[in-house]
Design a protein around this ligand. Structure first.
Ligand code: SF4
Length: 326
């Protein structure tokens, strides 16, 4: 939305960030699935260059900053900063071991800062209005605003930009209007496909990073997906492992192999094959992935799985129907 509706906010934020760290070259890494954003960004960059707001000797300041868009093929893992750098260098999006941090050895071996669009787009406002004006939004250590994306089984889906601190229930009811189906809401996944599923008992949690961490959940990029009472949470747990199988970069064993074994173990649980033993195995596997994965992909896949084990255990203990047995 930022890139398509107000690309100059991002260009200005990146230029300020570049000048602040002494960088002369910036890259916007964009997934190829966003051709409209690509076109609008390129037009905005051309206009900024023509107005000497980018390029050599910006506005006679003696400062130089070049900015270009690079397209990625759409791998989820290329949102992780080091595989993003690999992809920018024209290689497969494989996660790099840290240290060294990208700030020391980053793109093409140069010191590099990597930030998301929302952080960089917030910079012009902070510089224009002052840090206090920005900090007036939000609560605790979560300051400013976040655009929440309401999706799934929700009456009024879409993007709502709010200051941190509202409760999840207020977001779901006041802005989302409840489920689209009109049936009772049962589970809400927050923070993207690797976010935990929250049961109703947790919906009064304030939408800020610290409060979510306290209930073993993540706010992430603010994605919120609602499910009504027809959802089968065992299949949602399976989906998390399946997603990891598809999107894992394959560098480390707990994620690459663990996710495949995770799908198999969940299938055995659902089919009532040594259910108790396999539940214990699934818990162990989740702990191994959390502790042993190189990056957040493998480290966070267990979040949705564990939330199903802890908050929706009845869906893993369902009697086997004839359909399932076959
Ligand atoms: S956790 Fe997964 S995505 Fe991350 S480095 Fe290991 S294999 Fe790659």
């Amino acid at each position: 939305m930022v890139m398509e509706a107000d690309p100059f906010m991002l260009i200005e934020g990146m230029t300020i960030a570049g000048l602040a760290v002494g960088a002369t070259q910036g890259y916007i890494y964009l997934r190829s699935e966003y051709p409209i954003a690509h076109q609008i960004l390129n037009e905005a960059l051309a206009k900024a260059e023509a107005a000497n707001l980018l390029g050599e000797n910006i506005q006679g300041s003696g400062k130089t900053f070049h900015l270009e868009v690079r397209l990625g093929a759409g791998a989820y893992i290329c949102g992780e900063e080091t595989s993003l750098l690999e992809s920018l260098e024209g290689k497969r999006g494989l996660v790099r071991a840290k240290p060294p941090l990208p700030a020391i050895v980053g793109l093409f071996g140069q010191p590099t800062i990597v930030n998301n669009v929302l952080s960089l787009a917030a910079v012009p406002y902070i510089l224009a209005e002052g840090a206090k004006a920005y900090a007036d939004y939000g609560m605790g250590r979560s300051l400013g605003t976040l655009p929440f994306q309401l999706a799934g089984n929700i009456k009024r889906g879409g993007l709502v930009e709010l200051a941190f601190g509202l409760t999840l229930r207020e977001l779901l009811e006041d802005f989302g209007g409840g489920t689209f189906s009109g049936r009772p809401m049962r589970a809400v996944q927050v923070g993207g496909p690797l976010g935990a599923y929250l049961p109703e008992s947790q919906w009064d949690t304030p939408l800020d990073y610290e409060s979510f961490a306290a209930v073993s959940a993540v706010l992430g990029h603010g994605g919120v997906v609602a499910f009504d009472d027809t959802v089968d949470m065992s299949q949602q747990a399976r989906f998390a492992m399946e997603f990891c199988v598809v999107e894992s970069c394959g560098k480390c064993t707990p994620c690459r192999i663990g996710s495949t074994r995770g799908v198999e173990v969940i299938d055995r649980i659902v089919n009532d094959e040594n259910r108790e033993d396999n539940l214990e195995l699934l818990n162990d596997l989740c702990d191994t992935m959390i502790d042993g994965s190189l990056c957040a992909m493998g480290g966070m896949t267990p979040f949705p799985v564990k939330s199903v084990i802890n908050h929706f255990p009845e869906d893993l203990h369902k009697p086997v129907t004839e359909d399932m047995a076959s």
